[in-house]
Design a protein around this ligand. Sequence first.
Ligand code: 5GP
Length: 166
Amino acid sequence: APDREVLTWEGFGDASRELTQQIVDSGWIPDLIVAIARGGLIPAGAIAYAMDVKAIGTMNVEFYSGIGETLEEPQLLPPLMDVSAMDGKRVLVVDDVADSGKTLKMVMDLIDEHGLSLDGSAAVRVEARSVVIYKKPVSIIEPDYVWAYTDKWINFPWSTLPVIKP
Ligand code: 5GP
């Protein structure tokens, strides 16, 4: 079997607390947390609780169809978040891993492009930062906050067990 990086639920608990500590220590507290679904949902919830941020949105992006099998480009899926909800806010974008980094880059670019369409006044400026549990060496984007580095396929605790079928 190929060598895997295994994140346990307990490891995930530690990662969430340590990432939140990193973010708080950097002196930057988000107004809004945006989870990249589905991989970023559970990390985003844990970080939101750890720093007591109640405003959470999601962006639903699909890229992988299986281990190592990718679509051409990440696809934004409905329901779509209204990006103007981010105007004037510090936004923390959360995902499980920056692997190719294409998913995270797509979301960060989308937020930046929305920012460019605004008049640029301080009242609406969006300041977005990103956090991931893992970053792989091939990633085309450097997330602002990273817990660990690996080049292996990662088993996350929420997606390792078989799907419960009817
Ligand atoms: P990226 O766009 O950075 O290549 O990755 C997009 C998404 O694919 C990640 O948010 C994650 O959900 C999934 N993914 C990428 N690499 C891995 C991995 O090593 N393990 C698992 N379980 N999912 C991954």
